[in-house]
Ligand binder design. Structure first.
Ligand code: SF4
Length: 193
């Protein structure tokens, strides 16, 4: 009778988490975080790890992300997987501009995040110069575990609604740096998901 007593004591506020008192905003954020579709966009060697993350061993479909969309108009996550050349930068920005709102960006690997070992005029020294980055996944290349860590971090922020508030306030990316996780012999265990 705990629920009844909670309602008697505190009214509807006593119902902590249920469909009656849930907000539509929370429901939208929850469904967004579990149905984000990445744009098909691999630039260099990091893309191999991104593809591995989508394959059976790591199985990105566990996050509702199995569909890499060939059209940016059907995608809301850009995973920048690899170095960005100056020639590719305007193309990358065009793909980003064509993606659905709200949209998010993960910078995968040191090359995308800072130019990495390619400290020269041909490579963009950080993709944040082109698009707002929400999560940085470190490594060369980041393991699928690290990419999954970045994805789960992003999903948590989408679910919180924090990213939407920050984007409307500043227009900038969330700029979150996750820690690197070495590749292991077994896939990442996902707790409740
Ligand atoms: S970070 Fe390493 S693996 Fe990724 S694109 Fe650069 S050189 Fe390749």
């Amino acid at each position: 009778m705990g629920i009844v007593n909670d309602v008697l004591d505190d009214g509807l506020g006593g119902l902590t988490h249920n469909v009656i008192t849930g907000r539509i905003e929370d429901l939208v954020n929850w469904s967004r975080s579990r149905s984000s579709w990445p744009a098909t966009f691999g630039l260099a060697c990091c893309a191999i790890e991104m593809m591995a993350t989508g394959a059976a061993h790591y199985d990105m479909s566990r996050f509702g992300m199995e569909v890499f969309r060939a059209s940016p108009r059907q995608a809301d996550i850009m995973i920048v997987a690899g170095r960005v050349s100056q020639k590719m930068a305007p193309v990358l920005r065009q793909v980003y501009d064509q993606m659905m709102e709200p949209k998010w960006v993960i910078s995968m690997g040191v090359c995308a995040s800072s130019g990495g070992m390619f400290n020269n005029y041909a490579i963009v020294q950080g993709v944040d110069q082109i698009v707002p980055v929400d999560v940085y996944a470190p490594g060369c290349p980041p393991s699928p575990e690290t990419l999954i860590h970045a994805i789960e971090t992003l999903h948590q922020k989408i679910e919180d609604g924090e990213l939407m508030k920050r984007r409307s306030a500043t227009g900038a990316g969330a700029n979150i740096h996750v820690t690197e996780i070495p590749a292991g012999p077994t896939p990442v265990l996902l707790g409740s998901r």
